[in-house]
Design a protein around this ligand. Structure first.
Ligand SMILES: [Zn+2]
Length: 88
């Protein structure tokens, strides 16, 4: 499992590209890793979002839950793409 684009806490910036996590590369990695497990991915991201929220509070910041939600979970497509498993 290769997932180098991990968040640097407590700033929650990507270790590799320094973009707010999940950066585009991390999103790609995650959708690959959790392919077919949309619920598990959403749960994982919700957990990470909660951690980011906690970290921001701990640092004395005032997180914007709406923005965080959009950042961590907003990129997930709400409609599950019907994808039949094809075996050729
Ligand atoms: Zn990155």
């Amino acid at each position: 499992m290769l997932r180098p684009h991990l968040p640097m806490r407590p700033a929650w910036l990507c270790r590799i590209c320094a973009a707010p996590w999940p950066c585009p590369a991390a999103r790609l990695d995650l959708s690959t890793e959790f392919h077919g497990h949309t619920v598990a991915l959403a749960f994982y991201l919700a957990t990470m979002m909660r951690d980011a929220l906690d970290d921001t509070y701990r640092l004395g910041g005032r997180p914007d839950p709406t923005a965080l939600h959009a950042r961590f979970l907003g990129w997930l497509s709400p409609t599950r793409r019907p994808r039949r498993t094809e075996h050729h």
